[in-house]
Design a protein around this ligand. Structure first.
Ligand code: SF4
Ligand code: SF4
Length: 354
C-alpha cells in the first residue's frame, strides 16, 4: 500500500530535517545512489524565505547534503512566474547553496513536446525540461494556499515543467474552469511522474496565497512517492471539509486509492485560513457560467496606493483583461477577465486584492 509520512517540525534545523529525510527514504524503500537528480522546488517569484513563497533554502540544503553523500549529481530548476530562474534562486536564498555545493541550474527553457493521453481533453504539452534526462526527480513543493485552486501542493508544483511562455496559454485554455485546469495539472504531473515528493510546510502560507498570503509557522513536513496521496493527507491535516479539485478528480479516476499515513510528533494545523475567494464551478452551459462568473465570482481589484506601475500583471494576464496608460495603475476589463487570479499571484507589491 502507498504511504505518506508526516512529521511535526517547527524549525529549519539541519539534523532534524536530515533525520526525517533519511527515515523517509528508508520507509518508502527508495534507493539513492550516484544518480542524476533533479530538484524541483517552488520558485514562483523573487521573495526572501521569510515570505514563504518559495521552498526554503535550508530545506534544500539538508536534502542536498544527503544526496551528495550518496554520490548524486544535482540539478535544481523551475520556470518561475515571470522572472528568470537565476534571479529567483538568488533572491530566495537558494543560489548560495548552489554555489557552495557546486550544483547545476536548469532554467527550464527547452521546448519539448510531450504527447499524453490522460484524463484531460488536452493531449499535448510543451515542457521546459525533460524529466527523462534524470534518474531521480524530487518534487519540493511549499505548503501554500492558491486563490484559484485552493492549495498549491505536490501535484500543482509540477506545473512549473510547462514552458514559461506556454503557462499563460494554459491558464486561458483551462483556467476558466477549476476542474478542467485540475485535469490538465494531473496529466502534467503524470508525465513528470516524480519519484519522490517532499513538502516544505514548516513555514507555509494561508489566506490569499500563493504570493501575497499570510506566512505562518505551520510546522509540518511530508514525504511520499505519490504527490496525490501527499496532497490528500495535507488537505485532511488543514481540515478541509471537501477535497479540492485535484484530489477529487484523482479519487474519481482511481489515482488515489487506500493509503497509509505515518505521522511522527503529532503534526496539527489549527485555524488554517483558505483564500478569501475560490472560483466556482457549475454544471451549466458555458455562456450562462460566464455570465454568473462575471456577476458573482469575486473580482480582482487594484489597491492604487500600493501599485508601482511595473506592468507585471498586464504581462501575465492570459485573457488580455488588463491595460495600462502611462503613469497610471492598470485597469481591468471584467468582461474579459476569467478570474484566474494570475495577476494577484504575480503582483510583486501585493497591490491586487480579491
Ligand atoms: S498592480 Fe502590481 S503588478 Fe500590476 S502594475 Fe501595479 S504593482 Fe505592478
Ligand atoms: S485580470 Fe487577473 S484574474 Fe482576470 S484574467 Fe487577467 S490575470 Fe486572470
Amino acid at each position: 500500500m502507498e504511504k505518506v509520512l508526516l512529521q511535526a517540525c517547527d524549525r529549519y534545523e539541519q539534523t532534524g530535517l536530515k533525520d526525517f529525510f533519511l527515515k523517509g527514504l528508508q520507509t518508502l524503500g527508495l534507493r539513492v545512489d550516484k544518480q542524476a537528480v533533479l530538484l524541483k522546488p517552488n520558485l514562483l517569484s523573487s521573495k526572501p524565505p521569510e515570505k514563504a513563497v518559495t521552498t526554503h533554502p535550508e530545506f534544500i540544503r539538508a536534502l542536498t547534503e544527503i544526496l551528495l553523500d550518496h554520490g548524486c549529481q544535482i540539478t535544481i530548476g523551475d520556470s518561475p512566474g515571470y522572472e528568470s530562474t537565476s534571479k529567483v534562486l538568488k533572491n530566495c536564498g537558494i543560489m548560495n547553496i548552489i554555489k557552495y555545493y557546486g550544483l547545476t541550474i536548469s532554467p527550464f527553457d527547452l521546448k519539448i513536446i510531450k504527447k499524453y493521453d490522460g484524463i484531460s481533453p488536452y493531449k499535448q504539452f510543451t515542457f521546459g525540461e525533460d524529466p527523462k534526462d534524470y534518474d531521480l526527480i524530487v518534487n519540493l513543493p511549499k505548503l501554500k494556499t492558491h486563490t484559484m485552486m485552493g492549495l498549491t501542493l505536490g501535484v500543482k508544483n509540477t506545473f512549473g515543467f510547462i514552458h514559461s511562455l506556454e503557462k499563460a496559454r494554459w491558464h486561458l485554455r483551462a483556467g476558466q474552469d477549476r476542474m478542467l485546469f485540475a485535469s490538465a495539472l494531473i496529466d502534467i504531473h503524470s508525465i513528470v511522474n516524480p519519484h519522490l515528493t517532499i513538502l516544505d510546510g514548516i513555514l507555509g502560507m494561508d489566506g490569499d496565497g500563493p504570493s501575497n498570503g499570510r506566512p505562518r509557522n505551520l510546522g509540518v513536513v511530508a514525504m511520499s512517492t505519490s504527490a496525490f496521496i501527499l496532497d490528500d493527507a495535507i488537505e485532511k491535516l488543514v481540515r478541509l471539509p471537501h477535497p479540492l479539485p485535484i484530489t477529487a478528480l484523482a479519487r474519481k479516476h482511481g489515482i488515489i486509492k487506500e493509503y497509509e499515513t505515518a505521522a511522527y510528533g503529532s503534526p496539527v494545523i489549527e485555524d488554517f485560513r483558505m483564500p478569501n475567494t475560490m472560483a466556482t464551478d457549475w454544471s451549466i452551459p458555458q455562456p450562462v457560467k460566464t455570465f454568473l462568473k462575471n456577476a458573482f465570482v469575486k473580482k480582482p481589484k487594484i489597491m492604487r496606493a500600493a501599485c508601482r506601475q511595473c506592468g507585471v500583471c498586464v504581462k501575465v494576464c492570459p485573457a488580455g483583461a488588463l491595460s495600462m496608460r502611462p503613469d497610471e495603475p492598470p485597469v481591468f476589463d471584467y468582461k474579459k477577465c476569467i478570474r484566474c487570479y494570475c495577476c494577484q499571484e504575480m503582483c510583486p507589491e501585493g497591490a491586487i486584492r480579491i
